[in-house]
Every structure is written in structure tokens, then in C-alpha cells.
Design a protein around this ligand. Structure first.
Ligand code: FAD
Length: 491
């Protein structure tokens, strides 16, 4: 029986090889024709002889589909995309203006890998809440009046449109789907790395798989959150509403805050870890696998030939050529495409983080936490505690506002009264690449040859692995495994 199956596979391999031969003859360069034919023949012979394509990703596609791909940006999104595409056998290079990977928004974020954080900012409750905070410098959400900032104006109008209940539901569904898929991809990636011999390739990023506890100190917000948790459960996310006692049982470090907590939601399957360490580890492995990183090179423009993107121009006057490019410039993606008449709905939302180097025996949480009232998250990263959050709309400004930094520390003191004793605090600001819906832009752009993997806003670390796998599928003309509203050349 097995021999018969192999015979049939061999017959089909030979038929496809004829098609390969025919297609290869149309390749413009002779050396490509030879390479294509050799690889094609070897692929078919290996498959026909029973090689397992699931163990060798390069066997999945035909060699003439092997692309030369340029990734624009080496944050957590660009890095995972580069790794994913290289794994599939493509020739990949990455360009970034910084001296190494992950030095911008992916550098010191909240550390949560949180499908449970899928509720977008735009909800019917966002407007009254924003009005309540208006003019308060320490407010979790702060809008600076920028009358001539047309990008902020049109972003804000689109944000209002996304506050409609029907839109909120669709946005939550899209984000939960991508987040669950992403978690599966991350788990597979971890398994894949751990099978590799040698400590050089360990995927170490202070990861913890202890779930995420979202706690509430406002009874109205807790009551409303139960409906959101129930909606997320409908979409397949196990987010359970729990009472105050259960919150303290799950994370005993919250005991001092027991009487201000009214309840919580616990998602046991969520995780946490350091996005920067992860990005560095992926980049190291990708470089060893042949991905070429061009650091300290700012891309100034796309290289467009006959209406098709063929690479990018760099600030030093050089050009990088590619069959396809993936835009992963985070908050700078919209600026980069504006000269081509493309207006991506991405606006930078400044967020703050404080990293506390913990003193010996500090009463710091291990379970990653979300404080709903103050829009802060807490993640244990090795011997540090990362506290991050709040949003400020003030263009591309990255200066930390001391009032907001102190507001974060005041909340830490309220929740964990002894934690700041002898702990050293490092402040940081980053620009979340935010879309009005919180749903990232994944898929085709209006420019043939340019793909979008950007606009991940509050959840870039959570969504990175799934976004990378999905964009790679789209580029290879496959249907991604996740149900998601992919871009179809509108932007
Ligand atoms: C305070 C805060 C807390 C957060 N907490 C979480 C969290 O807990 N969980 C979560 O999932 N997400 C969180 N996020 C969001 C997450 O950090 C981002 O969504 C993610 O880092 C975006 O990654 P990126 O690769 O798109 O962008 P970036 O990391 O900014 O990478 C973009 C890269 O493009 C490069 N670049 C830009 N323009 C050019 C150019 N012209 N030429 C060359 N290179 C260029 C930059 O140098 C940069 O390296 C948080 C964000 C903030 C600010």
C-alpha cells in the first residue's frame, strides 16, 4: 500500500516538475533557471521519497516561489516576521535605523502576552471616561490639544466610529482570534527553539506562564467587565470573572490592596515576558539562519519600478532590492507611506513604563496584573518588576512627563506599600503604533509588492508571532489559519 502511495506521489511530482521546467524557462536570468531547476528537482525527489514537509519548511513551496524579502523595521514585529519568512526558506533582509533590534517601542513595554487584553480603547464608555479625565495631567488617558494635527483629528474621528457597539464586538473578535493564534505560534516557537542544541539559541526572555489577573477597584467597571469577559469566552478565550478573595489567592502580593479590590478576571492561559529579550533572541537565531540585518540605516523612501515596490532607498544613498517588502516601522509606518498618498490610520500613543530593580525578598507579584482603574499592567521580569501603561496623545514626543511618572509610583505605593523601599526605578516612554480600532493592519497595501504588518498598538508583543505567521501565509498566497479582517490593498 505504502509503495503504491509513493508511486502516485512520484507520478504527480514528475508532472509538477514538467510545469516547473516550463515556468523556469520564463525566468529572466540563466543562473536562476539552473538554480530553480535543481532545487525543484531535489524538492520533488525528496517529497516523493517520503520526506516529511512538516519537518522541513522549505519543502512546502516551489523554489520559484522563493522570494527575496526586505523587512522594514526590527522591532518585535519585524524580527518575528523575518524569522518566520526565513524558516520558510525565503531570502530575508531587515533594515532598521537603530544600532540593533528592539530599541524603540518593543524595548520596555508591559511584558504581557495577553489575549485577555483584547478589549479596544474605543468603546461606548471611552468618551465619558475621557471627558472625566480631561485636563488632568496625571490622567491614564491624556489628549493634548493639537489643532493643526490633521492626523490626530482624522484618527480621533475614526476612533469615535469604532465606539459603536457593533464595531466593538467585531474588533474584540478580531483581536481575540489573532491573540489566540499568536499564543499557539509562540508556544510552537518555544518548542522549536528548545529542540535546538546549544545554549546560544535558547529563547530566554524571562517568560512566565502564570496567567494574567485583571483586577478592578471600581464596582461599575467590574460589573461592565463581566459582559466583556462573557463575550471573550464566546470567542474561545477562557477569561473567568472572580471575587476579591480569589484574586488574593491567585496573587498573594495583592493582600495589602485587598480592601480596594472589588473583583477581577483571571485568564490562566495568558503569559508574560520581556519583549526586548525575545526580540534579541529571535534576531540572533535569524542572523545565524542567514537573515541579513542592516542596522544604523534609515529608510528614506520606497524603490518603485513600474508601479511595483522593488526595495527601499536608504539615507546614505544606497538601495536595497527585493521582490517584496514588509512594512513594520511601528509608529513611523504612517509617516513613511504619506508621500505615496497612503494614509494609514496609525497614530503614536505615548505610554510610560517603570522598571523596578527589586530588593531581596520584595513583595512583588509573579502573576502578571492589570489594574483597570489606572490602566497599568505589572509583569515580573526576572528580578525586576515592570509597570507600564497610560496613554498620551502628543505627536511623536517621547519626553517623560514627571507628573505622570509620579502618578504611576503613587499607584504602586497604594497597591504594594513596601515595594518601592530600596528599589531602583528606571523610567521609559514608548510610542504605541495605535489604530482607532486597536486592530492591526495586516495584509496587502495599495502598492503592489508592499505588505503591511503594523499598527499593533497596545498588543504588539501579544500579537507578534501570529501576525508574522499570517503575513507569511498571505505572501505565499496561502489562506492564513486565523479568521481575521486582513487588509486587501485599501491602504
Ligand atoms: C508603555 C507600553 C506598554 C506596552 N505594553 C504591552 C504589553 O504588555 N503587551 C503587548 O503585547 N504590547 C505592549 N505594548 C505594545 C508593544 O510594545 C508594541 O505594539 C510593539 O512594540 C510594536 O512593535 P513594532 O515592531 O511594530 O514597533 P517598534 O518596536 O517601534 O519597531 C519599529 C522599528 O522600526 C524602526 N524604524 C522606524 N522608522 C524607520 C526608518 N525610516 N528607517 C529604518 N528603521 C525605522 C525603528 O527603529 C524600530 O526599531 C506596550 C507599549 C507601550 C508603549
Amino acid at each position: 500500500m505504502l509503495r503504491k502511495v509513493q508511486k502516485i506521489r512520484f507520478y504527480h511530482a514528475c508532472r509538477r516538475y514538467n510545469i516547473a521546467l516550463y515556468t523556469a524557462l520564463w525566468q529572466p536570468r540563466a543562473k536562476d533557471v539552473v538554480a530553480t531547476l535543481t532545487l525543484s528537482a531535489s524538492r520533488h525527489i525528496r517529497l516523493a521519497a517520503g520526506a516529511d514537509a512538516s519537518e522541513n519548511p522549505s519543502l512546502h513551496f516551489y523554489p520559484w516561489q522563493r522570494m527575496k524579502i526586505l523587512i522594514l523595521g526590527a522591532g518585535v514585529i519585524g524580527a518575528t516576521t523575518a524569522w518566520q519568512l526565513r524558516q520558510r526558506g525565503h531570502e530575508v533582509s531587515v533594515v532598521d535605523r537603530r544600532e540593533s533590534a528592539g530599541l524603540e517601542t518593543s524595548f520596555a513595554n508591559g511584558g504581557q502576552i495577553s489575549a485577555s487584553h483584547a478589549e479596544p480603547w474605543a468603546t461606548p464608555y471611552a468618551i465619558p471616561q475621557a471627558l472625566r479625565w480631561l485636563g488632568r495631567k496625571d490622567a491614564p488617558l491624556l489628549f493634548h490639544l493639537r489643532p493643526f494635527d490633521m492626523a490626530l483629528l482624522s484618527w480621533s474621528l475614526a476612533f469615535l466610529g469604532n465606539c459603536l457597539p457593533r464595531r466593538v464586538r467585531a474588533n474584540i473578535r478580531a483581536i481575540v482570534n489573532l491573540a489566540l493564534y499568536s499564543r499557539k505560534e509562540l508556544q510552537e516557537l518555544r518548542a522549536n527553539f528548545s529542540q535546538t542544541e546549544g545554549s546560544d539559541f535558547n529563547l530566554e526572555y524571562d517568560g512566565l506562564q502564570k496567567g494574567i489577573l485583571h483586577f478592578y477597584t471600581n464596582p461599575k467597571a467590574f460589573a461592565r467587565a463581566k459582559a466583556v469577559a462573557s463575550l471573550m469566552r464566546d470567542f474561545g478565550l477562557l477569561r473567568e470573572s472572580i471575587d476579591r478573595e480569589t484574586c488574593i489567592r491567585i496573587e498573594p502580593a495583592l493582600a495589602d490592596a485587598k480592601f480596594i479590590i472589588v473583583g477581577g478576571d483571571y485568564t490562566a492561559t495568558d503569559e508574560s515576558g520581556d519583549a526586548y529579550l525575545f526580540t534579541r533572541a529571535i534576531v540572533k537565531r535569524a542572523a545565524a539562519a542567514g537573515v541579513v540585518f542592516h542596522y544604523e540605516h534609515a529608510a528614506t523612501a520606497l524603490d518603485i519600478e513600474n508601479g511595483r515596490v522593488k526595495g527601499a532607498h536608504l539615507a546614505d544613498g544606497t538601495r536595497l532590492f527585493a521582490d517584496a517588502c514588509v512594512l513594520a516601522f511601528g509608529s513611523f509606518s504612517a509617516q513613511f507611506l504619506r508621500p505615496y498618498g497612503i494614509r494609514l490610520p496609525i497614530y503614536p500613543a505615548k505610554g510610560y513604563s517603570v522598571t523596578l530593580a527589586l530588593a531581596e525578598g520584595a513583595n512583588a507579584p509573579y502573576v502578571s496584573l492589570t489594574d483597570d482603574e489606572h490602566k497599568l499592567v505589572f509583569s515580573r521580569l526576572g528580578n525586576s518588576l515592570r509597570i507600564a501603561g497610560t496613554a498620551e496623545f502628543n505627536g511623536y514626543d517621547l519626553d517623560p512627563n514627571p507628573v505622570r511618572c509620579q502618578a504611576i509610583l503613587a499607584r504602586v505605593r497604594r497597591l504594594f506599600p513596601t515595594l518601592l523601599e530600596n528599589a531602583e526605578a528606571t523610567f521609559w516612554c514608548g510610542l504605541r503604533p495605535s489604530t482607532p480600532s486597536n486592530v492591526p493592519l495586516l495584509g496587502k497595501s495599495a502598492l503592489p509588492g508592499l505588505w503591511l504588518n503594523t499598527g499593533h498598538g497596545t498588543l504588539g508583543w501579544t500579537l507578534a508571532s501570529g501576525s508574522a505567521a499570517a503575513i507569511a501565509d498571505l505572501m505565499e498566497d496561502r489562506k492564513p489559519e486565523v479568521d481575521f479582517p486582513f487588509q486587501t490593498a485599501d491602504w
